[in-house]
Design a protein around this ligand. Structure first.
Ligand code: AP5
Ligand code: MG
Length: 215
């Protein structure tokens, strides 16, 4: 199964990907997580990406396309993958299509998760994640059982440096300008389906499973 989860910052792409990874045993490809790993490792990629990410801007297409292509070509993606946060521009979507065509495969599902802007700001302002395994929490609605400690792996839970008010506003703006056009791109290919992300996590998950069973 090759699945793309589309949606603005905070709609729950990461949260849902983690559930789908457990069920289908295929990897989540989150370019955001990969870039945060690069920042942690202080690599040349990380140093370059950090300045874009902290402002809430997109990292340049050429950098992201190489990063994602290398990941999709890895052997653990042979049985499928979940794309979370890639592609994010038309140029990235076209590069993905070329890559998939090279491998004689295509996406099976493109699911857009939608949530109102007000709720997105509220969710992102209160999100915390595990530095070690990337598990996603929310200080208000889904806090870790022990403050700042991940329930799953015991890792340190922290607030992302782009979950500041200014960066959140910028990320939502960038989404509308750069990423929302992908809706029409995938609608044109008759691949786009939708899930209402303003329901409890378990309900959003069930609705995604229903869509996956449909085709
Ligand atoms: P990335 O890490 O991909 O961030 P994002 O797209 O901004 O999305 P988020 O991770 O913020 O949100 P999410 O949808 O995963 O929500 P989550 O599940 O965490 O990218 C970060 C940056 O990296 C970009 O800004 C850019 O600079 C760069 N980058 C990455 N990919 C790139 C690309 N392809 N091209 C160029 N640059 C790129 O949930 C959010 C919160 O809501 C949590 O607190 C969670 O607990 C809560 N929540 C989730 N679901 C629900 C629910 N159903 N009900 C209530 N609360 C919920
Ligand atoms: Mg995410």
């Amino acid at each position: 199964m090759r699945l793309l989860l589309l949606g603005a910052p905070g709609v729950g792409k990461g949260t849902q990907s983690k559930l789908l990874v457990e069920k289908f045993k295929i990897p989540q490809i989150s370019t955001g997580d990969m870039l945060r790993e690069a920042i942690k490792a202080n690599s040349a990629l990380g140093i370059k990406a950090k300045s874009f990410m902290d402002k809430g801007s997109l990292v340049p297409d050429d950098v992201i396309i190489d990063l994602a292509a290398e990941r999709i070509r890895a052997s653990d993606c042979a049985n499928g993958f979940i794309l979370d946060g890639f592609p994010r521009t038309i140029a990235q979507a076209e590069a993905l299509d070329r890559l998939l065509a090279e491998k004689h495969i295509s996406l099976d599902h493109v699911i857009e998760i939608t949530v109102s802007q007000t709720n997105l700001v509220e969710r992102l302002s209160n999100r915390v994640i595990c530095r070690n395994c990337g598990s996603v929490y929310n200080k208000l609605t889904n806090p870790p059982k022990v403050s700042n400690v991940c329930d799953k792996c015991g890792g340190e839970v922290y607030q992302r440096s782009d979950d500041t008010r200014d960066a959140i506003v910028q990320r939502l703006k960038v989404y509308e300008n750069e990423t929302a056009p992908l809706r029409d791109y995938y609608r044109g290919k008759k691949q786009l389906t939708h899930v209402n992300g303003e329901q409890p996590v378990a309900q959003v998950y069930q609705n995604i499973l229903t869509l996956l069973e449909r085709q």
